[in-house]
Design a protein around this ligand. Sequence first.
Ligand SMILES: [Zn+2]
Ligand SMILES: [Zn+2]
Length: 336
Amino acid sequence: MHSHHSHSGDYIAHGVDPLEDVTNRAIEMKFHTYCMTEHMPRINPKYLYPEEHLDRADDTAAVEKLHSDFAKFLDHAQKIKSRENSAGTTFLIGVEIEGCDQEHIEYARKLLEEKRGIVQFSVGSIHHVDGIPIDFDQDAWNRALATSQNNLKKLLLSYFDLQYCMLMRLQPLVVGHFDLYKLYLPKDLKVDLETGYCVENGTSISNLSLIKQWKQVQDSVIRNLKYIESYGGAIEINTSALRKKLPEPYPGKDIGLLAKEYAGGRFVLSDDAHAVSQVGVCYDEALKYIVEDLKLDKMYYITEGPIDRAVKLESIPIEQFKSHAFWSTNFSKKAL
Ligand SMILES: [Zn+2]
Ligand SMILES: [Zn+2]
């Protein structure tokens, strides 16, 4: 079993358990490959989250702490990676991109270049639209919508445009939580399907695929997927959406099927764990989604070369994926 995306409480404010405990859990669960992918430091204090502001210190110090924590993470991750473990789990070191804006995308490029010998790949993620976080809380999501003139279609187009900029500049091997904007998308939201504006007498978006509904949005998704196909990237199936009680993982079936068609069908699995209890969580549901909804005949995972640690994607037939020891450990059934 694999996860291509994880965090810990040691090096980011919103993480819970120590990196040692998270990775020990992955060993205990007999993961084949487990990727440690802490968030890259943000450079502009405007993107600090409330919990990152330090007491009696200025924002410059808080940003500096993001950088020193990231350096500590890389040191620690290298120790875990080089250590033998009882299950033979391979640990890979990655970084989750913070594609907040153009400035951060450029900084990510520089950081990846500087850390090339240590950071083996990146998870390309977008967490902001118009500079506002879309996965932090409902209030922030609502502000992001308001900034998009209360137009849901515009919000989605802005999200996918920024994702496209990030993809073109960084070509991340793994593309993280492709449709993250759905986390706080209110189920009772009503929109004018013609214009995308949110209006009280509009159509309820529950049971609608916004991607299928709006051709312009679908075209943006396909543009991004075709680009991912062109450089050989993979789309992650991220179970954190299931853990947060959404009906589907990231991405949902609408985008998943488009990815199968336009992005070469390269999917990797991730738990995006921030705590011990989240390692491998909701993988049973994800397997069902992979087999029954997307009907994939293979899954991918990242492997590294024996000498230079260069990484590449390797495929595994779905039958082999389904018969991995992980599924019989019963760990996968444990929810939070
Ligand atoms: Zn993320
Ligand atoms: Zn993450």
